[in-house]
Design a protein around this ligand. Structure first.
Ligand code: ADP
Ligand code: MG
Length: 232
């Protein structure tokens, strides 16, 4: 593709993205040329059946998987050709929310939320705790701060995970099936929190799901079928 990518003002810009995994003696290609433009502050849902490549696409955008072929630019930064150090920096400026919350059960809720600030030289113990409490307030569970994650419900734990994703004030949040392990009501609450945070904080959200009960929170929906995108 000869397009001059500097002409695009998309906040997240993906062109000609392919990805394969090693399988047996060969390779299995799971993404077959993805093009995607996302605007700043937009909530985009990528839906598609299990195995269609949603997590792979999200991990590539999140610089969590090595880019094999194609162009990804995230907020002005090219991921293709970036050094490992640069990629780590880019990664730290994004928030991640997963299907399972990935909280550490051996430390308190507030400490879990503080974790991403461990890399932040300007954050003192006191200021990072204050920021964590503020983030917990945003998701409505400030009163659970001193508990351990195992004492919380699934929905509450997912709120903690959102607070942790927000603590560094990222411009981009990537969410992989954030409602998949929740009942309908908790799932609804979680996506509404994600939507409110996106709109209040101007965060760009890419959310992948196969839960079609939550599609209404999206500004835009794209569908991934067999490693190719179909626009609605
Ligand atoms: P989705 O999130 O839509 O369910 P994934 O991106 O997880 O899809 O996976 C797409 C395809 O790639 C699936 O067939 C899956 O089995 C395969 N796959 C995913 N991760 C790996 C891996 N690390 N090694 C080999 N195959 C993988
Ligand atoms: Mg997945």
């Amino acid at each position: 593709m000869q397009e001059d990518i500097t002409d695009s003002d998309a906040f997240i810009f993906v062109r000609g993205l392919y990805h394969s995994y090693a399988e047996g003696d060969g390779y299995k290609e799971v993404l077959h040329g993805i093009d995607l433009d996302l605007n700043e502050g937009e909530i985009v849902i990528i839906m598609g059946p299990s195995g269609s490549g949603k997590s792979t696409l999200l991990k590539l955008i999140g610089a969590q998987l090595t880019l094999q072929k194609g162009i990804i630019r995230v907020g002005g930064e090219r991921l293709d050709g970036a050094s490992p150090k640069r990629l780590m920096k880019i990664r730290r400026n994004m928030g991640f929310i997963f299907q399972s919350h990935h909280l550490l059960n051996s430390i308190k809720v507030v400490q879990n939320v503080q974790l991403p600030l461990a890399f932040d030289k300007s954050a003192t113990a006191r200021s990072s705790k204050e920021r964590a409490l503020e983030a917990l307030k945003t998701v409505g569970i400030c009163d659970q701060a001193e508990k351990y994650p195992s004492h919380l419900s699934g929905g509450q734990r997912q709120r903690v995970a959102i607070a942790r994703a927000l603590i560094r004030a990222p411009k981009i949040v990537l969410a992989d099936e954030p409602t998949a392990s929740l009942d309908q009501r908790s799932g609804r609450e979680i996506v509404e929190i994600i939507r409110r945070m996106a709109k209040d904080l101007g965060v760009t959200v890419v959310l992948v799901t196969h839960d079609n009960r939550i599609l209404d929170i999206a500004d835009r929906i794209v569908s991934l079928v067999d490693g190719k995108l179909e626009k609605f």
